[in-house]
Design a protein around this ligand. Structure first.
Ligand code: NAP
Length: 502
């Protein structure tokens, strides 16, 4: 009951596992990783819908220190990501720390014990000197606020709760949503459904996907000469970096780069869809990058098939038999797929209640003020706390860039604690305010502030109208700062610090 672990990590996805690996490197071995699902892998465990694949090149979408030479395709199928997560957990000795099916309700800093008290559903309390939340960005499924969904008499499924037993063959299937998930799922549904109706509210930018099987000889080279895979990773990362930095973050300075992104997608659409009316419906009216674009070679052609309809008239309601649009038209359905994404800003920042010093409630504080975490990872009044899925934390397009940048930041903080004999570390209000000012200034140059995003309905924007999910700097700059930020941006306290100071 009174045991205080070195650290409690919430979430056993790639972020939580990266954090655990870093804690091991820093000499902490008494870790508890709490996971609400029944296995590790985070998003790659939860999502198992047909067509699931990574849409960032796999050589890039993996830990740089644990390359996997066995990816079967340039963009690996979801099941391979899940397998890779299992491999990492085994190789780095992480499974022994994990507790599955464990729902965390909240965490509170206990000043007297200088530890975090983490409460689980059912009332159990787990304590740790450090608390790390790695609950993902896209982990709280969003159900649409459309009247009558609960009245539908057929099968309803959200994409995060996919069930392979759902009968699709010969059925009338409807899908709500055209985000990155739907872009992967729609072509698969069309292969088996008797009729498919896609309900689109906002079109998405889709660019060609340069995908294909990785030949055996290449995989052999990756295994024997890891440098070859490193070089491939560098190419993939650099392309994504140019897309992000030039096309999105430097919109005001380099509008042509953003326009080039738009043109690539428009040309892709024009090549694949000849009907101008259909093409117009699939063409976004906001700037490239306002919401996350995606890659697919099979999405657009699906809409040219005779048994697939694209419905762009707003949904009025759902009833027992199907969907009725605002023009009164009804479509009878047997299966309704909700590809309606995730709720980030109401329930995910943070995903659990976290209460720090002086009773500061992180979720309330962010909502009452502005969303910000210093360098996307620490927050004033929350000692010994690393919030891995924070405003301004996501850097670049591959999540692994973010994970490794945060691991570096943690390593520097924990190393400084060790050196100073500190038990408690906390970022200062001033450092946090300065960071927020700097990020706000940088956002001014980005497509989010300078472009036309009002019709995008992008989850990058929070309820204050600020696009604070992505860090508006290059990944190189984020990585550099993670190893060079001024240590006086933190206060280090504890028994040995006080003793040496007196
Ligand atoms: P999403 O991008 O948020 O898309 C949700 C879709 O549902 C949107 O088209 C949205 O329309 C629609 N929608 C939501 N509520 C609606 C309502 N009440 N009525 C009508 N339409 C409604 O979610 P997602 O597709 O699951 O993708 C989320 C993120 O997951 C992606 O951006 C990406 O970062 C990640 N992802 C990654 C991969 C990968 O391979 N790495 C694959 C899939 C997803 P509006 O746009 O009009 O709101």
């Amino acid at each position: 009951m009174n045991q205080i672990h070195d650290a409690v990590i919430v979430g056993a996805g790639f972020g939580g596992m990266g954090a655990a690996i870093e804690l091991h490197r820093q000499g902490y071995d008494d870790l508890v990783i709490l996971e609400r699902e029944d296995d590790l892998g985070g998003t790659w465990h939860v999502n198992r819908y047909p067509g699931l694949a990574v849409d960032i090149p796999s050589s890039t979408y993996s830990y740089s220190f644990e390359p996997n030479p066995h990816w079967s395709r340039l963009f690996a199928p979801g099941a391979e990501l899940k397998k890779y997560a299992g491999h990492v957990a085994d190789k780095y000795g992480l499974r022994r720390h994990m507790r599955f099916g464990t729902v965390v309700e909240g965490a509170r800093w206990d000043e007297d014990a200088a530890a975090w008290e983490v409460t689980l559903a059912g009332g159990e309390v787990v304590r740790g000197r450090f608390l790390l939340t790695a609950t993902g960005f896209l982990s709280q499924p969003k159900l649409p606020d459309i009247p009558g969904v609960e009245d539908f008499a057929g099968t309803v499924v959200h994409t995060t709760r996919w069930d392979d037993d759902i009968e699709l063959a010969g059925k009338r299937v409807g899908i709500i949503g055209t985000g990155a998930t739907a872009v992967q799922l729609i072509p698969e549904l069309a292969k088996v459904a008797d009729h498919l109706t896609v309900y689109q509210r906002t079109p998405i930018y889709v660019s060609p996907k340069l995908d294909g099987p990785v030949p055996g000889v290449v995989r052999g080279a990756f295994a024997k000469v890891p440098l070859t895979q490193k070089a491939t990773r560098l190419v993939g990362t650099s392309i994504l970096e140019v897309m992000m930095v030039a096309g999105v973050l430097h919109f005001r300075d380099l509008p042509w780069a953003n326009a080039a992104g738009k043109r690539v997608c428009a040309a892709h659409l024009a090549r694949q869809v000849k009907d101008p009316v259909l093409r117009a419906k699939l063409t976004p009216d906001y700037d490239f990058g306002c919401k996350r674009p995606t890659f697919s070679n099979t999405y657009y052609p699906t809409f040219t098939k005779p048994h697939v309809d694209l419905e762009t008239i707003a949904i009025d309601h759902v009833d027992a038999g199907g969907i009725v649009t605002s023009d009164g038209n009804r479509t009878d359905l047997d299966v309704l797929v909700l590809a309606t994404g995730f709720n980030l800003w109401d329930v995910n920042f943070p995903a659990i209640q976290v209460v720090g010093r002086e009773g500061r409630d992180l979720g309330k504080w962010w909502r009452d003020n502005r969303f910000c975490a210093y360098e996307g990872i620490t927050v004033p009044k929350f000692p010994n706390f690393f919030s891995l899925n924070s405003p301004y934390s996501y850097s670049g397009l591959s999540y692994f860039t973010t994970i490794e940048t945060q691991m570096a930041h943690m390593g520097r903080v924990l190393g400084a604690m060790r050196q100073r004999g500190a038990d408690i570390v906390e970022v200062t209000e001033e450092a946090n305010d300065q960071f927020l000012d700097r990020m706000t200034g940088l956002l001014d140059n980005s497509v989010f502030n300078a472009g036309s995003c009002s019709t995008a309905r992008s989850y990058y924007f929070n309820q204050h109208g600020e696009a604070v999910l992505l860090r508006p700097t290059s990944t190189l700059s984020a990585a550099r700062e993670a190893t060079r930020f001024p240590l006086d941006h933190y206060t280090f306290t504890g028994a040995r610090v006080s003793a040496s100071a007196s």
